[in-house]
Design a protein around this ligand. Structure first.
Ligand code: C5P
Ligand code: MG
Length: 162
């Protein structure tokens, strides 16, 4: 078996009033929040897809369809933990996550540590293996006009030694 695998994840959700802005399991004070069937945690979804991708286990919608009432309003850290369990069953453990959230406002940098801590706990990783970065879209396009937010993630899995 190849010992190391890389996975790529991306997600987008609409921004709307009256919704919570939850990123990596952390609720961030904001006038606009993320819309979706689950809690719409765009960062958790991108990382979940990256884990599934690295293990060639499909994508988040295959495992957690938004037509399923079980996932309505669901804490997306549940998806993350489940993706890790699926990867483990396929013989891989997560060793590193890098990610970027693209959101025009609010500023997120003061929330970097709580988001990293929340993800590290959900993924059972040490803090120094969980990276979270933030970018604006320079007021350009739907993200820049605060219609949506995006997240990207790259994860590394290693084969579990027999
Ligand atoms: O997008 P831009 O390059 O202007 O972002 C500059 C810095 O602002 C980023 O490196 C990041 O630390 C921070 N940032 C943030 N919250 C955002 C977007 C960017 O804290 N929503
Ligand atoms: Mg999503």
């Amino acid at each position: 078996m190849i010992a190391v695998r890389t996975g790529l994840g991306w997600d987008v959700h609409r921004l709307a009033p009256g919704r919570a802005l939850i990123l990596g399991g952390v609720t961030i004070p904001s006038d606009l929040g993320l819309e979706g069937h689950s809690d719409a945690d765009v960062l958790a979804h991108a990382i979940t897809d990256a884990i599934l991708g690295a293990a060639a286990l499909g994508d988040i919608g295959m495992h957690f369809p938004d037509s399923d009432a079980r996932w309505k309003g669901c804490d997306s850290l549940v998806f993350l933990r489940h993706a890790c369990q699926l990867a483990a069953a396929a013989g891989f453990r997560l060793v590193h996550v890098d990610s970027t959230v693209i959101l025009e406002r609010p500023k997120l940098k003061d929330y970097r540590l709580p988001i990293r801590e929340s993800l590290a706990a959900a993924l059972d990783l040490p803090l120094d293996r969980v990276s979270v970065k933030f970018k604006t879209a320079e007021q350009v396009g739907p993200v820049g006009q605060r219609q949506s937010a995006e997240a990207q993630a790259v994860v590394t899995l290693a084969a579990i030694a027999e």
